[in-house]
Design a protein around this ligand. Structure first.
Ligand SMILES: Cc1cc2nc3c(=O)[nH]c(=O)nc-3n(C[C@H](O)[C@H](O)[C@H](O)COP(=O)(O)OP(=O)(O)OC[C@H]3O[C@@H](n4cnc5c(N)ncnc54)[C@H](O)[C@@H]3O)c2cc1C
Length: 386
């Protein structure tokens, strides 16, 4: 067999790509990861890795977590409320994505994966038995390709699966400030609502700085720069010694009965728009979809048709099932600020506990909407009176 022939080629080395590379290599598959950047690379992201992500791996990533937050704080100015949740394990590991993504990739390399960095995949050509991945100078061939090239990557476009992605603008500053500010914010992961009408702001403590950002959850064009500056003032952030400003977007998939695999190619993570419409958290579903793609290849090794059907089934019965429910919560929280105020006033603590349980991997959105003791009646009422 030719040297350039692999069981799987993975395009992109974010959490989706690194995870699928790790899980495939650990099972003995011959894997190549193609990454356009020089590694390790910066990624615009809060770097908040929730506990349910840790549960997917057999190794710990404590070595790349700057701060482990056992507490979350949710502030809602409209409802004039402040909710605190605590757990005895970290709820969120605060990481820099450069280090977090590279740790998973290093585990994949140790398990046998090959990595080609500083190399951009430019096209995919599907044959009967394999797929060719083209780069500027070369061609690599594999039985399967995993598209893990993030929001705005080429794989989704080439596959033409008619996926409609909403792009939510998000802005983040890496702020280097004095020790007193670090001390003030390093105890918890902080989320602020009503900073912008249809989104939220966050403060994530890191080893030597704070990652502070805002995300707009309704795709309206807002002046995020201005809003982030107002947010910094509200937080009382002073004595900024240095800051880096990064903007990007969070892609959300729209629609039902969708397909995420075709012709031996699977879409994972942001390439498929799997981020959570309530929290904009995307690392969990990126890792989960990477793992499901690896499982699919393992379970249907030679059959392309079966592999696509199996992957579509797995994704629809896990990530998409949950997104159906989280979209309802997102509509309640982000469509009308007054409705959110009401929801937070009466159910803020319960809602914060539930989201924390979801972060911990102990509950699902599904539990919120199907347990009549929770919010079912309220949500039904609100939907009826929408
Ligand atoms: C401001 C902001 C804050 C966020 N904060 C959080 C958070 O705190 N917690 C959380 O869970 N989620 C957060 N998210 C979402 C999270 O960043 C994404 O959901 C996650 O990165 C998706 O991972 P991925 O592997 O699918 O894609 P990515 O992490 O984007 O990785 C894709 C990789 O593919 C490479 N690539 C692209 N095209 C090609 C090509 N043609 N050839 C080769 N390589 C290619 C890229 O260089 C990149 O390395 C945030 C997002 C934003 C915008």
């Amino acid at each position: 067999m030719k040297n350039n022939f692999y069981d799987a080629i993975i395009i992109g080395s974010g959490p989706a790509g690194s995870s699928s590379a790790y899980f495939l290599s650990a099972q003995g598959f011959k894997v190549l990861v193609i990454e356009k950047e020089i590694l390790p690379r910066y990624k615009t992201c809060g770097g908040g890795v929730v506990q349910r992500v840790a549960k997917l791996f057999p190794f710990s990533f404590e070595e790349v977590s700057d701060v482990q937050c056992f507490t979350t704080e949710v502030f809602d100015r409209r409802a004039n409320r402040h909710f605190v949740t605590r757990r005895d394990k970290p709820i969120i590991y605060m990481t820099m994505r450069k280090e977090f993504d590279y740790l998973i990739l290093s585990k994949a390399k140790a398990a046998g994966a090959m990595v080609l960095e500083n190399t951009e995949a430019t096209d995919l050509i599907t044959g009967k038995e394999s797929v060719d991945v083209l780069t500027k100078d070369d061609k690599y061939t594999a039985r399967f390709v995993i598209g893990a090239d993030g929001a705005g990557g080429i794989c989704s476009k080439i596959l033409k699966l008619k996926l409609y992605l909403i792009r939510l603008p998000a802005l983040e500053y890496e702020i280097y400030t004095g020790d007193s500010m670090l001390d003030k914010f390093n105890k918890s992961a902080r989320f602020d609502f009503d900073i912008l009408p249809n989104g939220y702001g966050w403060v994530f403590p890191k080893k030597d700085h704070l990652s502070i950002g805002v995300v707009e959850m309704k795709k309206r064009k807002k002046e995020l720069n201005k809003l982030l500056d107002i947010y910094l003032k509200l937080l009382g952030i002073t004595n900024v010694q240095r800051y880096e400003r990064h903007g990007y977007f969070v892609p959300l998939i729209k629609g039902n009965n969708l397909k995420f695999a075709k012709d031996r190619i699977f879409l994972t993570g942001d390439a498929a728009g799997f981020a959570d419409p309530v929290t904009a958290e995307g690392i969990y579903s990126a890792v989960l979809s990477g793992k499901l793609a690896a499982d699919t290849i393992n379970e249907s090794y030679l059959s392309a048709g079966m592999a696509a059907d199996l992957y579509n089934y797995k994704i629809n019965h896990s990530i998409i099932d949950e997104l159906r429910f989280s979209k309802i919560i997102a509509a309640l929280v982000y469509t009308y600020p007054a409705v959110r105020g009401l929801l937070f006033r009466f159910y803020g603590q319960k809602l914060s506990e539930l989201i924390t349980d979801i972060f911990m991997g102990e509950k699902k959105y599904h539990d919120l909407l199907t347990d009549p003791l929770n919010y079912y009646k309220l949500i039904k009422y609100l939907l009826k009176n929408d």
